[in-house]
Design a protein around this ligand. Structure first.
Ligand code: GLV
Ligand code: MN
Ligand code: MN
Length: 413
């Protein structure tokens, strides 16, 4: 019998689980809509809990709605090794973003069971609450609470566009699930490793099956509220209008002109734009829009971020504007020791692996504030992601899972 779990990774089981999970929240165009704390998210959690309990893994929630499955070690008081990702998706999300890392962690735990490899440390699979931040902003909510970046109180009161709070959505979700143990936020973590699709084109173009993530670019997000005044579209003279939509679009144009660079390194996105009352014959009285601003250089990102509010203020015309920064996440460099372990495991399995940064955000970046963390990337088709056509190949999913299994085992053994 092999002394490492990778040889027990079961591609057929991983494939069947992937198909079962992809069916939850499936969209007609082949993606998923499984937004945080929705009925589909609850169904996905129930499926995961069922798979885990069939193997004797203990399920628990923490107060932020992060879900854990623990394979208990022989020294259960030692800090745990943790691995996972997220089950929630964008409203028109792909099947792999997040789901792959959760299923890879489950398969790694099962491979250890099948290989009868006891570990000294417990290993916890985690499915983080609301990584995507589409229903409730900002994203990476669950990991941020666990890592002490945001408080639980700040998180529970966040509401979606219908006014449903995280607190009430979480209560409703828990009511659909069996009663689970409570996991304290303070339980120490020895190391965290997350597997994920690359969400970029690099590995596919180079024909390299795996990446070890060196760093994650920084991300600042904002909510901008522009307040004008409703008026009749036919009768109100232009000189008297306070049109929130015209002010907001001027702000967006000015921001994109001022922040974007020729090298295409600054990433500036307005992904949500809400007009009130949104009626064809009423001058808009309120616009709310989101800003997602990213750059790999923390100092530059901070400098760009500091320009957002003054630019909005300069373009407000006769309207009022308020700018709230929701997230100010610096660029993250991953732990050299965890990266080295990922390299060593890939090399031992004779799988080529590339050092690369991540342009997308991940819970691993948040966890790296409180524990050594790292990530394994697999290629995805043409870098298509946050899109229903997102796609990855099973042999790469298996390679990533085999490396993950050996890394988790060597960390926990
Ligand atoms: C994660 O989904 C991100 O937006 O980077
Ligand atoms: Mn993701
Ligand atoms: Mn995502």
């Amino acid at each position: 019998m092999s002394a490492l779990p990778s040889s027990h990774v079961d591609a057929g089981r991983l494939q069947r689980r992937f198909e079962a999970l992809s069916a939850i929240g499936a969209t007609a165009a082949g993606g998923v809509d499984r937004q945080a704390l929705s009925a589909a998210d609850a169904q996905a959690q129930a499926l995961l809990i069922g798979w885990g309990s069939a193997r004797g893994f203990t399920a628990a929630h923490d107060a932020a709605g992060n879900l854990f499955l623990r394979r208990t070690g022989t020294h259960p008081l030692e800090p745990v090794v943790m691995s996972g990702s997220h089950l929630d998706s964008q409203p028109t999300g792909g099947r792999y973003d997040g789901a792959y890392g959760v299923l890879a962690a489950l398969e790694a735990l099962e491979a250890m069971e099948d290989a009868q490899l006891a570990c000294s440390r417990s290993i916890e699979l985690v499915a983080w609450m609301n990584e995507e931040g589409s229903r409730f902003a900002p994203g990476m909510m669950g990991s941020a609470v666990l890592a002490g970046v945001r408080t639980l109180a700040q998180t529970l009161c966040v509401a979606d566009v219908r006014g449903v709070t995280v607190e009430s959505a979480l209560r409703a979700l828990k009511q659909t699930l069996p009663a689970l143990a409570d996991r304290p936020f303070s339980a120490p973590i020895h190391a965290y490793v997350e597997a994920h699709i690359e969400q970029g084109p690099v590995l596919e173009r180079l024909g390299i099956p795996l990446g070890v993530v060196t760093a994650i670019q920084g991300k600042h997000t904002f909510r901008v509220d522009v307040h004008g005044e409703a008026a009749h579209a036919g009768t109100a003279p232009r000189s008297q209008r306070r049109d929130a939509l015209l002010a907001a679009t001027a702000m967006v144009q000015a921001l994109s002109a001022a922040l974007e660079d020729d090298r295409d390194e600054v990433k500036f996105t307005v992904g949500r734009f809400t007009v009130t009352p949104n009626a064809p014959s009423v001058v808009p009285r309120h616009v709310s829009f989101s800003i997602d601003l990213r750059h790999p250089d923390t100092e530059l990102l901070r400098a760009l971020s500091a320009r957002v509010a003054p630019i909005c203020e300069a373009m407000r015309g006769s309207c009022e504007v308020s700018v709230e920064r929701l997230v100010a996440a610096d660029a993250v460099a991953f732990d050299a020791g965890v990266r080295e372990r990922i390299h060593a495991a890939a090399t031992h399995l004779d799988v080529q692996i590339l050092d690369m940064p991540s342009l997308a955000g991940h819970d691993a970046g948040i966890v790296s504030r409180i524990a050594p963390a790292g990530m394994i990337f697999i290629p995805c088709r043409e870098g298509i992601t946050h899109h229903e056509e997102e796609s990855a190949q099973m042999p790469h999913m298996v390679d990533g899972t085999r490396v993950l299994a050996d890394v988790l085992y060597t960390l926990a053994r």
